[in-house]
Design a protein around this ligand. Structure first.
Ligand SMILES: [Zn+2]
Length: 422
């Protein structure tokens, strides 16, 4: 009897990817749709306005994990099949708009941010549905729009750019993670430096565990891209300067925070390249970077770039939250009244869904930050920029003080990679 049960279980495991692939073939065709839209509003008001649909010849994401099981991100897009009345695709993400909402300005002024989503090309009659989180982090539908295939345009910017292979993985697109590194702030005279820095960034990514164990699953390429001026604007002396893709320091008044508001132009440069994750390699030796989930990561080129790159990439690829507490730096995005969606942070409001099963019975919750609990999984107060009310799983971690990843973050990164590679 038990043997039969095992056989049935085995059969289900073997059949599941096949069933999922059938779902793909039923609802989707080859290629993807790039949606350029505006995400606008202020605290309490939010709306999405679609600007343009463009057809891309490839889809880099998984064809078997079509429904997002991670529950990560401040926002979510879904494709709703109108005939069968069900969701056939979904993906969570965060964006600069979400961070803007934590600024003082956003309490009474509307902001308008460019965003881009790349979704698989539907075969059937679908609605595109955008969701946001409410005050307790449940999903609320914000905008629903009918997808009109006749509005899909050919690529607006179709320039072929030189690709620099950095870590080649011989697996199909949908069974590997595809990372593209785009150099920003290199002039055509700095081509040699650009190529050298691309190789260094690739080496940095694979120099820290668990990424160092994942070289056979993460395909990395660079794109040759030159700017007119060297360096990154935004700091003293270049406050009002802009570059071709709008990448700058000093985002929302935080000096070391490098971001761009020009997502549409950025994606024009990436049009020829299937990607799951983007890293903007910023030609400046001034410490800085940033990373937003399923959006992009940025990193300067300098002394601590190895750790900063891996830290920011882990925000953008794995959706990990910051484990440091620094009330003076970034404005907090999360409320301690809700359980945060980041898997490495808790407010103890719904800790059962976090790393509770990974803690020894003898470890107190919350856990004192003492020597006794060094290198032990616990619940340590101070995370998500707050000294009080937010807790992290370990005393040290790449997401706190650029030390090796804690066991929780390691697991989250590995789980996320598996979603891309199954
Ligand atoms: Zn961690």
């Amino acid at each position: 009897m038990i043997k039969d049960f095992k056989k049935i279980l085995l059969a289900i495991f073997i059949l599941n990817p096949l069933l999922a692939l059938c779902q793909w073939e039923k609802y989707f065709q080859e290629g993807s749709i790039r949606i350029d839209y505006s995400h606008s509003g202020r605290v309490g008001i939010e709306y999405y306005t679609i600007n343009r649909y463009q057809k891309l010849p490839f889809f880099a994401g998984s064809k078997t994990s079509l429904i997002d099981s991670t529950n990560n991100g401040a926002y979510k897009v879904a494709l709703f099949d109108n005939k069968e009345k069900k969701i056939i695709y979904s993906k969570g993400f965060s964006s600069l708009f979400n961070e803007w909402l934590s600024t003082k300005e956003a309490t009474n002024t509307c902001g308008n941010f460019e965003e881009v989503l790349i979704i698989p090309y539907p075969k059937t009659d679908v609605d595109i549905v955008f969701y946001s989180r409410d005050s307790v982090n449940n999903w609320q539908e914000i905008t629903r729009t009918h997808f009109e295939e006749n509005q899909v345009e050919d690529l607006y910017d179709n320039i072929t750019r030189k690709i620099i292979p950095l870590n080649k993985v011989n697996k199909p697109l949908e069974k590997r993670l595809d990372v593209v590194i785009l150099p920003i702030g290199y002039t055509s005279k700095e081509g040699d430096k650009m190529n050298k820095d691309l190789k260094t960034f690739n080496d940095y990514l694979f120099s820290i565990a668990p990424y160092s164990e994942m070289k056979d699953k993460i395909n990395v390429i660079g794109i040759e891209y030159f700017c007119e001026k060297s360096g990154i604007p935004g700091l003293k002396g270049r406050e009002n300067d802009v570059n071709e893709l709008g990448v700058h320091y000093n985002t929302f008044g935080s000096e070391r925070y490098i971001m761009t508001e020009r997502l549409w132009d950025l994606n024009d440069v990436l049009n020829q390249t299937p990607y799951d994750a983007v890293i903007l390699m910023c030609n400046s030796d001034v410490y800085g970077g940033g990373g937003i989930y399923n959006y992009y990561a940025t990193c300067y080129v300098g002394e601590r770039s190895r750790e900063v790159l891996v830290h920011e990439f882990s925000h953008s690829f794995a959706g990990l939250g910051d484990e440091y507490s620094d009330n003076d730096s970034d404005a907090g995005l999360s409320s301690e009244k809700a359980e945060p969606y980041e898997k490495n942070i808790t407010t103890l409001k719904n800790f059962n869904k976090k790393w509770k099963t990974m803690i020894d019975n003898s470890t107190p919750i919350p856990t004192p930050s003492t020597k006794e609990y060094d290198n032990k999984i616990g619940v340590f107060e101070g995370a998500a920029y707050k000294n009080k009310g937010f807790y992290r799983p370990y005393q040290h971690c790449m997401m706190r003080d650029l030390k090796p990843f804690c066991p929780i973050c390691t697991k989250v990164i590995k789980d996320m990679l598996n979603i891309y590679c199954n």
